[in-house]
Design a protein around this ligand. Structure first.
Ligand code: FAD
Length: 511
C-alpha cells in the first residue's frame, strides 16, 4: 500500500461536468451521489461493481476526495477505529490498524483508481438545493461550480446522500466569557492553521474526546507543555497499534482478501463481546479499562479524577489510544490532564471553576462539531420544503415524504464504514427491484397500524449521547418504536436485518 496519498490523489482535473453533460437538457442521471468522503466513494464503488451500466456522478464541493480526512489537518490526525472495519469490506487493509489521515486518503485513492471511478467524480461542485418533481419523477439539484462560479442544474432519478453529519466549514466552539481578552491564539482542530508554530508555547487543549487524545501526544515534546483540560473524562482503551492475528496470518502467506475478512470478523466478534459486557457487566468492564489506564499512566496520575467517566463504557465510542501514547506523554511530564470547569478566559490563559488559572499561549478548542442535516441543503418536494425533523426514518436510511433518496449515516461506536457497505448493498437491491418492477418512485410510508406509533429521537440519548447529537437532535429525523422504523446504530442487528428486509411489506410505497 502506498503511504504518499498526495502522489495518488486524482484532483478536480479528472474532468468537471460540462454544460452539455450537466445542463437541464441532458438526460437525467440514474443516481447522483452527494459527497466524495469515505461514504460517497464507497457508494460509487458499489454502484460500479453491483450495477454496471448505471449512469451516475459523485458531486463534491471540495477540490479532492476524502471529506473528513482532508478537512482535519491537526498534528497527529488519525483514525480511532481500526482500518480493518473502517476500511471497506471489498478492499483489504494492509497497514497498521490505526491509520493516519494520509494513509486513509491513500487507501481511498487506490479504491478510486482500481474502480476506475475518477471520471465519475466532479470536484468543486457544491449542491445548493434539491427539488423533487412528482410530474417528472426526478430530483433536480442546483449546482454551484466553485472553480468557475458557474451555476446550473442536474437531474437524477435517485439521490444518494453521502455528505456526512457535520459542517466542514464551521466547527463548534462554545462561547466562554472573556474570550476576547485572551492575548494568545485560539485555534480549532477542524481549521488547523498552517503557520502555527508551537515551539516553546504553553498549549491548553480543551476537550477529552478522540481529537484531544490524538492531538495531545502529537504535540507533547514539541511545545513547552500541553495540558488537556476536560470537563469530564472519556473512556480509553490502549494497546499496541498492531493486530496479532493479522500478523500471524501474513506470516502464513494467506491472500490479503482472506486476512482482511478473517481479521474483520475477529474484530467484530470482539466488539460484540464488548458491547454485551457494557450492558451486562458495566462495572467489571469499567474496572478492566481503568486498570489498563492505571498501568499505562503510572502512579502519579489521579485516575479516579481524570480517567473515570460518568457514563457507561460504550455509550460513546471507546477511544483507542495506540501504544498508550497519551499516557506515555503524561508519564513523561510533557503533557498533563486537568479536570475542571472553565470560568472565563483571561489575558494569560483560562480561569478555572476551582479558581486556579491555567497559563496558556495557545488554546485549542477540541470541542466538537456542528451537526449538519443533509449537508444543510434545502430540500423540497414539488415546491414544499422538507423538514427532516418531521420525517420518520425507514431503517435510518430513507425518510417518509421524501421519495427516491437514501442517506448513509454510519455507526458511531463501531466503524462508520461498516454501514457504508451494507447500505450500498441495500440501495443496489432497491434499484434493481425498481428496475425489475418498472417502478419509478419509492417512498417509505407508515402503514395504518403505524400511524399512531410513538416517535422517538433519531438516536436514543440514553444509549449514545455525544454533544453534537444532543445539540442537534431536534433537527434530525425521528424513529419509531418498531421495525422498519428503528435506527438501531447496531451493525450486528443491521447486517442481518437489512439484507433480509422485505421490499414488499407495504412500508415502502412503489409506483
Ligand atoms: C477527526 C475525525 C476522526 C474520525 N475518526 C473516525 C474513526 O476512526 N472511525 C469512525 O468510524 N469514524 C470516525 N470519524 C467520523 C467520520 O467523520 C466518519 O467516519 C467518516 O469519515 C464520514 O465519512 P462521510 O463520507 O460520510 O462524510 P465526510 O467525511 O463528512 O464527507 C462528506 C463529503 O461530502 C461533501 N459535501 C457535503 N455537503 C456537500 C454539498 N452540499 N455539495 C457537495 N459536496 C458536499 C463534503 O465536502 C465532504 O467531502 C471521525 C471524524 C473526525 C472528524
Amino acid at each position: 500500500m502506498t503511504t504518499d496519498a498526495t502522489a495518488e490523489r486524482p484532483r478536480a482535473d479528472a474532468g468537471p461536468a460540462s454544460q452539455a453533460e450537466s445542463g437541464a437538457d441532458a438526460a437525467p442521471l440514474d443516481v447522483l451521489v452527494v459527497g466524495a468522503g469515505i461514504s460517497g466513494i464507497g457508494a460509487a464503488w458499489h454502484l460500479h461493481a453491483q450495477r454496471p451500466g448505471t449512469r451516475f456522478l459523485v458531486l463534491e464541493s471540495k477540490d479532492t476526495f476524502g471529506g473528513t480526512w482532508v478537512t482535519h489537518r491537526y498534528p497527529g490526525i488519525r483514525s480511532d477505529s481500526d482500518l480493518y472495519t473502517f476500511g471497506y469490506r471489498f478492499k483489504p487493509w494492509m497497514g497498521k490498524p490505526i491509520a493516519t489521515a494520509e494513509e486513509i486518503l491513500s487507501y481511498l485513492g487506490e479504491v478510486i483508481e482500481e474502480g476506475g471511478l475518477a471520471p465519475r467524480i466532479r470536484y468543486r461542485h457544491a449542491i445548493e438545493r434539491a427539488s423533487w418533481s412528482e410530474a417528472r419523477r426526478l430530483w433536480t439539484v442546483a449546482v454551484h461550480r466553485l472553480d468557475t462560479g458557474e451555476r446550473f442544474e442536474l437531474s437524477a432519478r435517485f439521490l444518494w446522500m453521502c455528505q456526512g453529519y457535520y459542517r466542514h466549514e464551521g466547527a463548534y466552539v462554545p462561547s466562554w466569557p472573556g474570550m476576547a481578552d485572551f492575548r494568545g491564539r485560539i485555534v480549532h482542530p477542524q481549521h488547523w492553521p498552517d503557520d502555527l508554530d508551537l515551539a516553546g508555547k504553553r498549549v491548553v487543549v480543551i476537550g477529552s474526546g478522540a481529537t484531544a487524545a490524538t492531538l495531545v501526544p502529537a504535540i507533547a515534546g514539541r511545545c513547552a507543555h500541553v495540558t488537556m483540560l476536560q470537563r469530564s473524562p472519556t473512556w480509553f482503551i490502549t494497546g499496541r497499534n498492531a493486530n496479532a492475528l493479522a500478523d500471524t496470518l501474513r506470516e502464513l502467506d494467506l491472500p490479503p482478501e482472506w486476512i482482511h475478512e478473517i481479521v474483520r470478523r475477529k474484530i467484530l466478534f470482539d466488539q460484540k463481546q464488548l458491547q454485551r459486557r457494557s450492558k451486562e457487566d458495566p462495572h467489571g468492564l469499567a474496572r478492566e479499562l481503568l486498570a489498563n489506564v492505571r498501568a499505562q499512566a503510572g502512579p502519579d496520575v489521579d485516575v479516579d479524577r481524570h480517567f473515570t467517566p460518568r457514563y457507561r463504557p460504550w455509550q460513546q465510542r471507546i477511544a483507542f489510544v495506540p501504544d498508550g501514547d497519551l499516557f506515555a506523554a503524561v508519564r513523561a511530564g510533557t503533557a498533563s490532564v486537568v479536570t475542571d470547569g472553565i470560568e472565563r478566559f483571561v489575558a494569560g490563559g483560562i480561569e478555572l471553576t476551582s479558581g486556579e488559572v491555567l497559563e496558556a499561549d495557545v488554546i485549542v478548542t477540541a470541542t466538537g462539531f456542528e451537526l449538519s442535516v443533509m449537508g444543510d441543503i434545502p430540500f423540497d418536494v414539488d415546491g414544499r420544503p422538507v423538514d427532516f425533523s418531521r420525517t420518520v426514518g425507514w431503517r435510518g436510511l430513507m425518510f417518509t415524504g421524501v421519495p427516491n433518496m437514501a442517506w448513509v449515516f454510519g455507526y458511531f461506536r463501531a466503524a462508520w464504514t461498516l454501514r457504508v457497505d451494507i447500505v450500498a448493498d441495500f440501495v443496489c437491491r432497491l434499484l434493481a427491484h425498481m428496475e425489475a418492477s418498472g417502478a419509478t418512485r419509492v417512498e417509505p410510508r407508515l402503514r395504518e397500524a403505524e400511524r399512531d406509533m410513538p416517535l422517538r429521537p433519531w438516536v436514543d440519548e440514553e444509549n449514545f449521547n455525544p454533544g453534537y447529537l444532543q445539540r442537534g437532535m431536534d433537527r434530525l429525523p425521528r424513529q419509531g418504536d418498531r421495525m422498519p422504523w428503528l435506527h438501531t446504530q447496531d451493525f450486528h442487528l443491521d447486517r442481518e436485518d437489512l439484507p433480509a428486509a422485505d421490499l414488499d411489506d407495504g412500508s415502502l410505497a412503489f409506483d
